[in-house]
Design a protein around this ligand. Sequence first.
Ligand SMILES: Nc1nc2c(ncn2[C@@H]2O[C@H](COP(=O)(O)OP(=O)(O)O)[C@@H](O)[C@H]2O)c(=O)[nH]1
Ligand SMILES: [Mg+2]
Length: 352
Amino acid sequence: MKIGLVGLPGGGKSTCFRLLSGQRAEPHGRDSQIAVVSVPDARTKRIYELCQPGRMVQPEVTFVDLLALHSGDSGAGEELQLVKVAGDADAFGIVVQCFGELDHRGQPLDTKSDLETVLLEMSLTDLTIVERRLRKLESKYGDLSQHDKWEQKVLSRCQQHLAGGQRLLDEEFTDEEEKLLRGFSLLTMKPLMAVFNVAEDDLDGDTAGEVCQLAEEQSLATIILCAELEDEIAQLPPAEQADFLADFGLSQPGRDRFIRTAYELLDVITFFTVNENEAHAWTISQGTTALQAAGRIHSDMASGFVRAEVVPFEALNEHGSMAGCREAGAVRLEGRDYPVQDGDILYIRFTR
Ligand SMILES: Nc1nc2c(ncn2[C@@H]2O[C@H](COP(=O)(O)OP(=O)(O)O)[C@@H](O)[C@H]2O)c(=O)[nH]1
Ligand SMILES: [Mg+2]
């Protein structure tokens, strides 16, 4: 799972990135920073303790601190650079400055307009990509194949939506059309979460009211946090963190809330595998079938798929071992179309 942080300069992207990744190094030059972060799931640890395999593999999320989007003055080249670095992101977090009086240009802060600007810039970036491809197709004049003509039709539709200020995520595409569009790594096809970066004395986000409403109208997931404060707390010794969070009336660390919001946004769940080598947590989309899950583990498991043995985590937790689950009749056999559930421990039976 990969999440790109975007937003106007000075909004707190790098501060959020530091909070999420724990990486303290300052970015050099204008490069994007990437961090792969483990997202410990307590269930993996419990499976590891019960089954005692060699090691434990926790789920990971990749965060990218992206180049700033500049309101109005960014060249197309810079935006396309963004696509190059973040085109394969699963989602974007738009960091919106909600602290202080002035924005990065020294103008009075206008959070709603800032979010609108970022959304617009993402649409315009996609429009640039779509129109460039359309021009290329047009330059073929009479030499257009059936496929080219179909592509032209799909892209013209995208062009219309984007020019009308709509995101492509909100449009209906057939599987085939989606496959075509995926090849262009369009930014507005990805789900978004708005990160309202509030001041330390406004942790409930009173200043974010209006922009929050806009985000909800646009079906964005939202999270309110003070990146700077959360980052300071995250650097404290673990034993002290809970007290500080409680002092500020925060129920959970910002990093955990951020990741949970991202999981909900992407509609992902976690399943597990365990053998003598490792207890492994895997992140998949809700609705993934047993066959697709098998493919995530190993392509051989998908091609030779026979059945999946399924033990819910709760059953293992209760019975204490896989053998215990078997005795208790807690192991189910499921076929290839079984939709994997959050917490399932899967053992794939396959032939080579
Ligand atoms: N008061 C306050 N300042 C913040 C907060 N988050 C970031 N900043 C400050 O805003 C400035 C820009 O933050 P940065 O993360 O570099 O923004 P970026 O340009 O989006 O990467 C820095 O001086 C930060 O210390 C916050 O939650 N509260
Ligand atoms: Mg930065």
